[in-house]
Design a protein around this ligand. Structure first.
Ligand SMILES: NC(=O)c1ccc[n+]([C@@H]2O[C@H](COP(=O)([O-])OP(=O)(O)OC[C@H]3O[C@@H](n4cnc5c(N)ncnc54)[C@H](OP(=O)(O)O)[C@@H]3O)[C@@H](O)[C@H]2O)c1
Length: 291
């Protein structure tokens, strides 16, 4: 399989490149922040000419589109840039996939949902985003669906991994410095390990069962309970300080409940994603290994 990965300098993109190469796939990472010594190709997904040229040169069979403006509050402050990167960028990628006959994998988010359901969202629930980030990502989904019929929409959530500082690293660092990390108590979701997303994408792509998939580690958990479990598993006897979501003032609203479940993985013949406790333990082991 010849795979092109956008956003290869990001948390998920880097992991997907690594996993696909381990699996023997011919994999090219593309990154906006290109440096001459970088292993990645240069690609700004909002540049139609550059995108067309890279697709023509590499001729991927599948494109995993991980690049996005991911800072939720920055999107709220600069909607035009959010729509440019997350919606227009997805249009450019999807149109080029269709043009050269590649399948398009669009990485989306739990933040396409409003949280009102208060039960895990499955693939047939109707999105209703409440932030600019969520709306821009949902527009990206719709563009991919309209422009490239051979697509997968893979919704992920609360990503963490060893590639950059994510929620677990903040919790652990604070605790190691003897501080009690402040953690939102009543936000419930699906903390998800990027290594599992990359592996499930690798299994999903050859199925040709196109459509929407929720790729998250079950079951639902609050940020607070996740932080407590992390600290305990890391052997740190520090209790986090719970903060109600109502006291957490941010430019962008977040859904109080955004846990995802998957119906469609089983229907496509794939195993369920591993539970978050199992994923968290593997993440802690990976953190202690030299990179
Ligand atoms: N992180 C989460 O908790 C989370 C949750 C749900 C869904 N997601 C989705 O998962 C995907 C991956 O997220 P992530 O956490 O791995 O993101 P990330 O670490 O922030 O990486 C995003 C990547 O996109 C690149 N990018 C931004 N604008 C670009 C442009 N115009 N052209 C080319 N590349 C561009 C960034 O490059 P620069 O370094 O040059 O800016 C970066 O490499 C995204 O689609 C995101 O919406 C993430």
């Amino acid at each position: 399989m010849r795979a092109l990965i956008t956003g290869a300098s990001g948390l998920l993109g880097a992991e997907v490149v690594r996993r696909f190469r381990e699996a023997g796939w011919q994999t090219l990472g593309a990154a906006r922040s290109f440096t001459p010594d970088s292993q990645h190709a240069a690609l700004d997904i909002t540049d139609p000419d550059q995108t067309r040229a890279l697709f023509d040169a590499f001729r991927p069979e599948v494109v995993v589109h991980c690049a996005a403006m991911t800072h939720v509050d920055a999107c709220e402050r600069d909607p035009q840039e959010a729509y440019r990167v997350n919606a227009f960028g997805a249009e450019v990628i999807a149109a080029n996939c269709q043009r050269i006959g590649a399948a398009c994998v669009y990485i989306s988010t739990d933040y396409v949902f409003d949280g009102v359901k208060r039960a895990p969202y499955h693939e047939y629930d109707t999105p209703n985003p409440i932030s600019v980030y969520g709306r821009s990502k949902y527009l990206g989904e719709q563009a991919v669906q309209a422009l490239c019929p051979r697509h997968y929409i893979a919704r992920v959530a609360w990503l963490y991994g060893v590639g950059r500082k994510t929620f677990p690293q903040f919790v652990l660092e604070g605790a190691r410095q003897g501080q009690s990390p402040t953690v939102i108590a009543d936000q419930i979701g699906s903390p998800t390990y990027v290594a599992d997303v990359a592996e499930w994408l690798r299994m999903l792509i050859p199925t040709e069962c196109y459509g929407v998939y929720h790729l998250t580690n079950p079951p639902p958990v609050s940020r607070y309970e996740f932080a407590c479990a992390l600290l305990e598993a890391a052997g740190l006897s520090v209790a986090p300080t719970p903060l109600p979501m109502a006291h957490w003032q941010t430019p962008a609203p977040r859904p109080a409940y955004s846990a995802l479940i998957s119906w469609r993985l089983r229907w496509a013949g794939l195993p369920p994603m591993p539970p978050w406790r199992d994923a968290m333990r593997r993440f802690l082991r990976a953190m202690n290994q030299p990179q």
